[in-house]
Design a protein around this ligand. Structure first.
Ligand code: GCB
Length: 597
């Protein structure tokens, strides 16, 4: 047993996980004192992986005229951070491989202060050096990570170097094939975060299970305790509680108070202030319940129909990876305009601001890890990788009321190895967060005439069944949708997590002509008709809000390396199908769902 654990550890270290496994949490970096390192960074594109051997991380300069240094960050081209490199330089559009980032910054050390460098995300693998010292590395393109640099940071000038490598890997998560652009780079903000010696690393504040008049939670303290008392305040509700920190640095609390509940109709958030010693963190948190009863999803105890839409983290108007509040707000406003109360953030964790905006705007969220199509199901390091991405996103977003569903996977094959892998991931998700619903987007169904049955064995372990189906696009005609009779082997709520059709904005023709707006609109009409008699339906999130770049979509004049299944073009133009779905959602919202059944 011991040996197995040791082998596992060695395997993980070899795969570069040691750094992430040992790093502490720092929840809510935006709510803390921080110094932004966003802006213009020097960059060296390194297709032949010369950088490690040539020690780019030293950011060396020749000291004499005879010194040989074959790189020079200061005179190399710049890249903006946050941002993908693909859309910043034409020659990098299809580039996959390592790129080295470097920037100087000055820093004034302060006594009794701990300093961390925090990355919102780097796709896919990152290795980090400060002043030539290796800080560590991180795997996974969509979750935050950081390193403590209190002892390495200099008072004065510093040089930070990051090698980001977006090479696709057979053992990765995702693996070699995706239907989205493999945007590389420091795609989210980089910042220095400061905290006192004893600080609040992480916390959870939410309704106690089965009680709408009690808030419970915990605060995790790191560092040498100066004080053993944590204070939790919700000023608007005149609530103030203190709790003792135990020997593991954790303080648990419970408050007797009946909050106004958060919902899409009234996304009420309370200001919550947590403090210990010299540290305090402010957050805005809403309180709601989410559960299932038979084939229904209950929000705050009442059945809710999820009127949703899928979206990629793709920037409107300019294309590329979305990262700013403006990008996020545009996307979520379009979802609201559609009449949605729900978004599926496909197929990986989107940026933290997106989820915080969903909290504020009243959109329920399905958040997903990139366990997409086929992975190395038998490879223990691939499973560890998926678990680590899941752990990081749950740690980042556990206080967001908008998130109601954690999705474990998208369109994975039915085989034993896959099922075992997902079972372990599901068990891990439940261990990390027992309050939300677990789902997966499934797509393998049995067919017999007009009958279709979803009977994926993983269904037994999920709370909600996601189903992707492309009747009328990848198979059959749109009219076939209406004739289809659905059966579900598990008595659980079903969300149609995808259906859709490609259409070029402004391309017109009859309803049988591919890629016309009419084809797409007609398909939406027939799909909606099908949903009216679908048993167990608790929600839907058609594919997809906006056109997005995909290397799998080369059709000249039509796709041009974009997946055109958006209801809105990449330039923000609404296609006919947008209005078909909007009409359905508006009527549905007015009649109050359940009647879809
Ligand atoms: C799917 C995938 C999604 C693709 C979509 C498509 O089933 O889940 O990632 O982009 O189909 O357009 O084919």
């Amino acid at each position: 047993m011991r040996l197995v654990a040791r082998q596992m550890l060695l395997l993980l270290c070899a795969a570069g996980f040691a750094a992430t496994l040992s790093s502490a949490q720092i929840a809510n970096v935006e709510g803390r004192t921080s110094i932004s390192l966003d802006g213009s960074w020097n960059s060296i594109v390194d297709p032949y992986e010369t950088g490690i051997q040539s020690r780019y991380f030293l950011n060396a300069k020749p000291k004499t005229k005879s010194d040989l240094v074959e790189y020079d960050f200061a005179r190399s081209p710049k890249l903006r951070v946050p941002g993908d490199w693909n859309t910043q330089r034409e020659s990098l559009l299809f580039y996959e491989g390592p790129v080295w980032y470097q920037r100087d910054f000055s820093y004034q050390k302060r006594p009794h202060t701990r300093t961390f460098v925090h990355f919102g995300a780097a796709n896919y693998q990152a290795r980090v050096w400060l002043n030539g010292n290796r800080l560590g590395e991180h795997t996974g393109g969509f979750t935050p990570f950081y390193f403590e640099i209190t002892d390495q940071i200099a008072d004065g000038e510093n040089s930070l170097v990051v090698e980001v490598d977006n090479t696709r890997r057979a053992d990765g998560v995702p693996a070699l094939h995706t239907d989205w652009w493999n945007y590389g780079g420091l795609t989210r903000s980089v910042r220095l975060v400061e905290a006192p010696e004893e600080f609040i690393a992480d916390y959870s504040v939410q309704l106690a299970k089965n009680h709408t008049d009690q808030i419970e939670g915990w605060v995790q303290i790191k560092g040498t305790p100066r004080e053993n008392t944590v204070t939790v305040e919700i000023p608007e509700a005149r609530q103030k509680q203190t709790a003792q920190v135990d020997s593991t640095g954790r303080a648990s609390f419970r408050m007797q108070f009946k909050p106004e509940l958060w919902s899409p109709d009234k996304p009420k958030l309370y200001r919550v202030v947590l403090s210990v010693g010299d540290d305090n963190v402010t957050d805005h948190i809403g309180f709601r319940t989410i559960e299932t009863r038979g084939t229904q999803i209950l929000l705050n105890g009442k059945p809710v129909f999820l009127r949703g839409i899928c979206l990629h983290e793709e920037a409107p108007f300019r294309s590329g990876r979305a990262f700013s509040e403006e990008d996020d707000r545009t996307l979520l406003s379009w979802a609201k305009e559609l009449g949605a109360n729900f978004v599926r953030l496909a197929h990986y964790p989107h940026n933290e601001e997106m989820v915080r905006l969903a909290d504020q705007m009243g959109l329920l969220v399905w958040e997903e890890v990139p366990v997409y199509w086929d992975l190395q199901w038998q490879n223990p390091s691939t499973l560890e990788n998926a678990k680590s991405q899941l752990r990081e996103v749950i740690a980042r977003d556990r206080n967001r009321p908008a998130i109601v569903l954690w999705s474990m996977s998208n369109e994975t094959p039915i085989d034993e190895g896959r099922t075992e892998f997902l079972k372990q991931l599901i068990a891990y998700a439940r261990q990390l967060d027992s309050t939300r619903l677990i789902t997966s987007a499934l797509n393998h169904t049995d067919r017999s005439g007009e009958n279709r049955t979803l009977n994926d064995p993983i269904g037994e372990y999920l709370d909600v069944l996601g189903l992707n189906e492309y009747i009328g696009w990848y198979e059959g005609t749109p009219e076939d949708a209406e004739r289809t009779r659905w059966n579900f082997a598990h008595n659980k709520p079903v969300i149609i997590s995808e259906f859709g059709a490609g259409a070029v904005f402004g391309l017109h023709g009859d309803t049988e002509t591919r890629f016309t707006e009419e084809y797409q609109a007609n398909l939406f009409q027939h799909q909606i008709a099908m949903l009216q008699h679908m048993p167990a339906l608790a929600g839907m999130s058609p594919w997809v809000l906006m056109d997005f770049r995909s290397p799998r979509r080369p059709l000249p004049g039509i796709q041009e390396y974009y997946n055109r299944k958006g209801l809105i073009s990449d330039r923000g133009q609404r296609k006919q199908a947008f209005y078909v779905l909007q009409k359905f959602y508006r009527e549905n919202a007015a009649s109050g769902l359940k009647d879809v059944h």
